[in-house]
Design a protein around this ligand. Structure first.
Ligand code: DP6
Length: 334
């Protein structure tokens, strides 16, 4: 039975809002760095009916709600539809059994769905290999059908989810911008609250277009930000990366906070961490950037030269959980 492994990614240009929700066709480009940990492993096999079992890192079972199971069922249905467009409709004859082992705490701002669905895309690719050899691009489409950001975790290093055009199932996919060894950045993750977020990303994406700032955001990414981020990564220009990544993260939260209903993911803890980082940067002139996904968690990205300082700062954050990771290899078979 094939076992795949994958990890979350941290977005530097955020994916927020779709042009088509069911297929998770994004409204704009996005870009991320795949992380080296925490990882998810999935065993997948053919079965007559869908079964999913999920376990924590310590082996204890993780309960799956009907909503979770429905998401996997829907993803399998969409995957089969995609395989059909490739002339491989019989590659998954009936259904599948899936075993998930995840070391990622649920809903704390680390994108567990990105790790899970990129991992599942790899596992499905291995399963259908006797019938069709899927490319990384095709795997990124399968990942995207489960979670938009999962398309990017197929690749190691830095990857872009390209918006594409049209409404075809494969009209948006990810591509690698630079491999893992191009530029190692550390991600010191500061988690102020372990409370599960109230509104998940899927619901949030559907609300994004209700913000009066959504169209301007899409335009800024399309005309400038995505390319600036790519250029910064290719040139290993941290200052440029910091400017565009922070601008885009704050802009996404502005869209979230002005949607109907508004989504407030950032908390006082988030703002106090940001303020402290801006002060450290101003007084000590060290490279570090902050970025927040759909939660209060702050990701502090930095090159090796400022790791000790940022690590020491993170340790002083009372009541917060701190997690350390870095640039990683993307989804792979174990
Ligand atoms: C804020 O990929 O988690 O982390 O497709 O509904 O699973 P679904 O959404 P998801 O959205 C990610 C939102 C984000 C930004 C990002 O990772 O680009």
């Amino acid at each position: 039975m094939p076992t795949a492994r994958s990890t979350p990614n941290i977005a530097l240009i955020k994916y927020w809002g779709n042009r088509q929700n069911e297929l998770r066709l994004p409204a704009a480009d996005s870009l991320s760095m795949s992380l080296s940990s925490p990882s998810v492993e999935i065993d997948a096999d053919f079965a007559s009916a869908l079964t999913i079992r999920s376990f924590e890192a310590d082996g204890s079972p993780r309960e799956l709600t009907d909503t979770h199971v429905d998401r996997f069922r829907k993803h399998l249905e969409l995957t089969k539809n995609f395989l059909k467009t490739l002339g491989a409709e019989r590659a998954i004859p009936a259904s599948v059994s899936i075993v998930i082992r995840s070391a990622i705490p649920p809903a704390v701002g680390l994108a567990s769905s990105a790790a899970v669905f990129s991992c599942l895309a790899r596992a499905y690719a291995a399963l259908v290999e006797p019938v069709i050899a899927l490319t990384d691009t095709q795997m990124s489409v399968i990942g995207r059908l489960g979670s938009g950001s999962a398309a990017r975790s197929i690749f190691g290093g830095y990857a872009a989810l390209c918006v594409g055009t049209g409404s075809g199932i494969a009209s948006s996919f990810a591509e690698q911008i630079a491999p893992e060894d191009h530029w190692t950045l550390h991600d010191i993750v500061i988690i102020p609250s372990k409370e599960e977020k109230k509104v998940g990303s899927t619901e949030g994406h559907a609300l994004a277009p209700t913000s009066p700032f959504f169209a301007t955001r899409v335009e800024a990414i399309t005309l400038r930000r995505q390319q600036e981020c790519i250029d910064a990564i290719l040139a290993r220009d941290f200052e440029k990366l910091q400017k565009v990544a922070e601008e885009d993260s704050l802009d996404m939260h502005h869209v979230m906070e002005t949607s109907t209903p508004p989504l407030h993911y950032l908390t006082e803890d988030t703002f106090s961490i940001i303020k402290a980082i801006e002060e450290i940067r101003a007084s000590e002139h060290i490279p570090v950037l902050y970025t927040m996904d759909a939660g209060p968690t702050v990701h502090l990205l930095c090159p090796s030269e400022s790791l000790q300082r940022i690590r020491a700062f993170a340790r002083t954050q009372k009541g917060c959980t701190v997690f350390e990771t870095s640039t990683g290899p993307g989804a792979a078979m174990v």
